[in-house]
Design a protein around this ligand. Structure first.
Ligand code: CU
Length: 258
């Protein structure tokens, strides 16, 4: 599913970006509420942000981190592409845990006396500063992953066929903004399919495991020769799943004499 910010990012990434920046602003509004001694509203706003963020972490950020960043630790951390989200995740985890702790102390009576702090201000100011640092690393991650990731892929021609039958020995599939182009391709047995990555990091993996590329970056190529007639669904392990979900495609291989 495509995003709505026009950067070529996925819907989840765009949604998360907008929600994260909004939550950062909400915390600032919450701080002003406290300054005006509107403590009830303050408590309500700040704890809602902590809980909403926990949901965003569990549903969007942690799965994305697990898929895209974790496999590259520690080798990939020399590159900003992995280092920035890694720092974001580390500081973000601390900020969320600290935030939930502050909510527990300030808004509930759950914690025993020994685990409670008395002076609210230093704790809350530290949390707010840390939170905005995390937002900056998050926005940077979005920028590196979706805006600065390479040359913009050319617009696909309107009316380009979604499926095509071709005869040559080698045919190409382009990997663009979170899709394979063409998505469905029909070839004859013995043909080589060559995937070329135009933008971002992706993989090409057969649902049945019969072929699997390494992580491709801009201009990266992967090819596979299809000798046996059949239908070969495949997907990108970062942005798609088996059975044609999201970033996925299908190669249909016909017998040679047909
Ligand atoms: Cu991908």
């Amino acid at each position: 599913m495509n995003g709505f910010l026009g950067t070529g990012a996925t819907f989840r990434a765009d949604l998360n970006l907008v929600v994260q920046v909004s939550m950062g602003l909400a915390l600032l509004v919450g701080m002003l509420l406290a300054k005006r001694k509107q403590f009830r509203a303050h408590k309500y706003v700040q704890s809602s942000v902590m809980i909403l963020n926990l949901v965003m972490i569990l549903l969007i950020m942690a799965p994305s981190f697990h898929k895209q960043v974790q496999p590259q630790v520690p080798g990939g951390l020399r590159e900003a592409f992995y280092l920035v989200p890694y720092v974001h995740a580390a500081l973000g985890t601390i900020a969320e845990v600290l935030g939930l702790y502050i909510v527990l102390v300030a808004a509930t009576k759950i914690l025993p006396f020994q685990l409670r702090f008395k002076r609210y201000k230093p704790w809350m100011r530290t949390e707010l500063a840390l939170w905005w640092l995390v937002v900056l690393f998050g926005v940077s991650t979005y920028y590196i992953w979706y805006i600065g990731a390479g040359p913009k892929a050319p617009m696909s021609k309107p009316g380009a066929p979604a499926s095509s039958t071709v005869a040559p020995e080698k045919v190409s599939v382009k990997i663009t903004n979170f899709q394979f182009e063409p998505k469905e391709l029909t070839i004859k047995a013995g043909t080589i399919v060559e995937w070329t990555d135009e933008r971002g990091r992706h993989t090409v993996e057969a649902d049945d495991g019969s072929f699997k590329s390494d992580t491709l970056t801009a201009d990266g190529k992967f090819e596979h020769k299809f000798d046996t007639p059949g239908v070969y669904p495949y997907y990108c392990s970062f942005h798609g799943e088996k059975h044609g979900t999201d970033m996925a495609g299908v190669i249909t291989v016909k017998p040679r004499d047909q």
